[in-house]
Design a protein around this ligand. Structure first.
Ligand code: ADP
Ligand code: MG
Length: 482
């Protein structure tokens, strides 16, 4: 047994999601991204004397949406708190956040493990807070530049219980969290651009131990894979340190994506005392039961519910996963299956043909011009036997892209792609095909059954490719075996 197998990792994540509200959390300043530095800044964002913040209603709505989606308990009386610390990108010297009264407590996010089972990761709390500005160290050779456009932008912090057990599980949890905020339309979930950020708390303990080990907190991972890498590195580093007889100190670590390693950013002795106290400039926000009900009515279908629905329709876990990965794909699929009964075929069209068309052309599903109704019609056309799957894929589907106003049935008729499945006509063709090779018939009957392909080929040629291959195959076989 290797040293690594003796230990179990314990991981809890803190995810900061930047909300996609138009204005900031406590002022009307715009949140527009990419504008000139320090242009979206008012004296209120800077906390100048004489100014007063006020809460953005959208932030409350978004927090309630997320709370409902993860089945949290939602608090009625929401107080704000000041978290005091000094940093150049926080000129007012404190962050408005929530301390003892987070808007959501409890709830969970479900992840799917590789063995096919599900695991609920419980949520400790979700609270509202504001972002700080940005310090830019790599533009000016000597000075750090400060852009305060981000100062005051609304965040929701989602804190998980220490229930994740590997980097892989953390990756899955983040994937689900991102899917959720995107479905809910409250955050774009882009880790690379910093609109979703994650701190990973990691400790290790001997398997079977009851007490948790001492944890470190790693920051600055700008992708979900890097969160996984950072956690895997930390687990290994901590186990090796313990095996050498060292103690883990409760440090804040920095992850370096180039080397894939972590290093101490701040030790515990350097930790801030935030001196939390109630925010004196903001009234508590009251979230009533009626308001929660109102928000509930606007919730979109959620990925996990759709996943279960699709499994119930007989789709594989893989297909259900692909269909629910993005909300736009899922809603398009919902639209198709509201118009055709054949969910399996609809899923195949979407996950195979349509997806590869989109990939090949670097398009997003929102750029896809064929309506869900037309895809449903195409599915039904094939099911009715009027055309074959092959003709639909190779001919009708590409033509639908060019002639958006026409139904697949119209296109098939105009181009003579309606296949013969009328068995009288087909029987004639099958007889002709067989009659053409009398000596091969004898060989077939003598046991050379792979000659079936020859007769089939002839039959398809005679029908100009319009015979339903399945029906044709059965007919030729039946006639030969007579
Ligand atoms: P802090 O402000 O000290 O970071 P938070 O409550 O914001 O505290 O976050 C604590 C995070 O650390 C939670 O996600 C929690 O699950 C996790 N955590 C707590 N104890 C441990 C531990 N021993 N090992 C790993 N993670 C832990
Ligand atoms: Mg923390």
């Amino acid at each position: 047994m290797s040293i690594y197998d003796k230990y179990e990792a314990v991981i809890g994540l803190e995810i900061h999601t930047q909300l996609s509200t138009k204005s900031k959390a406590y002022t009307a300043d715009s949140t527009e991204y990419g504008v000139l530095p320090n242009t979206n800044v008012s004296p209120i964002s800077l906390g100048h004397p004489g100014t007063l913040p006020y809460s953005n209603k959208k932030v409350i709505e978004y927090a309630v949406r997320l709370g409902l989606a993860v089945k949290s308990e939602i608090r009625e009386v929401n107080e704000y708190a000041r978290k005091n610390y000094f940093y150049a990108d926080l000129p007012k010297g404190y962050q408005i956040t929530q301390d003892k009264t987070p808007i959501c407590t409890g709830g969970h996010i479900t992840i799917k493990l590789d063995n096919g089972t599900e695991k609920n990761i419980n949520i400790t709390r979700i609270h509202m807070e504001e972002d700080a500005g940005k310090s830019i160290h790599d533009i000016d050779p000597t000075d750090t530049l400060i852009d305060l456009n981000r100062a005051g932008v609304a965040l929701l912090e989602i804190v998980s219980e220490p229930e994740l057990r590997s980097g892989e599980e953390a990756y899955k949890y983040l994937t689900e969290a991102r899917k959720l905020v995107r479905y809910l339309d409250i955050c774009d979930g882009n880790m690379e651009e910093g609109s979703m950020r994650c701190d990973a708390n990691v400790s290790v303990r001997l398997k079977g131990a009851k007490e948790f080990g001492r944890r470190t907190e790693t920051k600055n991972m700008n992708s979900m894979r890097n969160v996984q890498r950072a956690i895997e590195y930390e687990i290994k580093r901590q186990i090796e340190a313990i095996e050498r007889g060292e103690e883990i100190s409760q440090d804040t670590m920095n992850f370096d994506a180039v080397t894939g390693t972590t290093s101490v950013l701040r030790s515990k002795e350097m930790a801030n005392d935030y001196r939390y106290f109630p925010e004196p400039d903001l009234q508590p926000v009251i979230v009533t039961k009626e308001y929660i009900e109102e928000v509930k009515r606007t919730l979109p279908p959620l990925p996990n519910d759709l996943f279960k629905k699709y499994i119930g329709l007989g789709l594989s876990a893989y297909d259900a996963g692909v269909l629910t990965d993005s909300k736009e794909i899922a809603l398009y699929f919902e639209d198709i299956i509201s118009k055709t009964k054949n969910a399996k075929a609809a899923s195949n069209w979407l996950t195979v043909q349509i997806k590869s068309y989109l990939n090949d052309n670097a398009l997003h599903i929102s750029d896809f011009k064929i309506t869900a109704e037309r895809i449903a019609q195409l599915v039904d056309l094939i099911d009715s036997g009027k055309t074959s799957h092959t003709i639909a894929v190779q001919k009708i589907f590409p033509k639908m892209m060019e002639e958006l106003d026409k139904s697949p049935a119209m296109i098939a008729e105009e181009n003579n792609w309606i296949q013969e499945s009328d068995s009288n006509a087909l029987t004639d063709l099958a007889k002709q095909a067989i009659a053409k090779f009398p000596d091969k018939v004898a060989e077939y009957k003598a046991g050379k059954t792979n000659l079936l392909g020859l007769f089939m080929g002839e039959m398809m040629k005679l029908s100009k490719g319009k015979a339903d291959p399945k029906v044709a195959n059965e007919l030729v076989k039946k006639l030969l075996d007579e």
